[in-house]
Design a protein around this ligand. Structure first.
Ligand code: AMP
Length: 177
């Protein structure tokens, strides 16, 4: 049997693309990791390592790469999957939350009935940068009266200080730059 992948194995499969989608951004491309069955499964195992099936009611995933990991994590934990999407994409009534970007603002949305009050949530995204997106998603989760058990990220760009925005619950990341 092959050993389970380590965070170092996962890091080795992440490709850095300079100046994408804009000059000055070093984009972390996770597609080589997703294409590798062992690494993809291993990343889901690591993202969900703190929880047993049945102890999480919903995995909330953030648009769009967060969906890939959150949906697989939800299946593994036998939890529901709930999307936080960019404004204008969800068809039913939504709650919305603005957050700051380097220039301007962006808005994320969640269906008003996406989570029951008191439900236990694992929040997942592919990458934690400044923390604005995850903090806005957390506001939406908390607005519905749900409880965030943990926020888990595949990648953390620690030099951007995103953790400072996520102080109300434990934050975990597998690969830190
Ligand atoms: P932030 O709100 O600054 O924490 O940004 C996090 C969101 O932006 C995540 O949904 C990421 O997918 C995306 N993101 C930010 N920076 C990068 C990067 N360098 N490479 C890939 N995705 C990024």
């Amino acid at each position: 049997m092959t050993a389970s992948p380590t965070p170092a194995d996962i890091q080795n499969a992440i490709r850095s693309i300079p100046d994408f989608p804009k000059p000055g951004i070093l984009f972390k491309d996770i597609t080589p990791l997703l294409a590798d069955a062992r690494l993809f499964a291993g990343s889901i195992d690591l993202l969900t390592a703190n929880f047993k099936p049945g102890t999480v009611d919903a995995v909330v995933g953030i648009d769009a790469r967060g969906f890939i990991f959150a949906a697989a994590a939800a299946r593994k934990l036998r939890a529901g999957f709930v999307p936080v999407r960019k404004k204008g994409k969800l068809p039913f009534q939504t709650h919305e939350q603005d957050y700051a970007l380097e220039y301007g603002t962006a808005t994320v949305a969640m269906h008003v009935d996406a989570l029951k009050p008191g439900s236990r949530v694992l929040l997942i995204d592919d990458l934690l940068a400044t923390g604005g997106t995850a903090a806005a998603a957390a506001v939406l989760v908390q607005k519905l009266g749900a409880q965030i058990l943990e926020a888990s990220f595949l990648i953390e760009l620690s030099f951007l200080g995103g953790r400072q925005q996520l102080k109300q619950f434990p934050v975990r990341s597998l690969v830190v730059y």
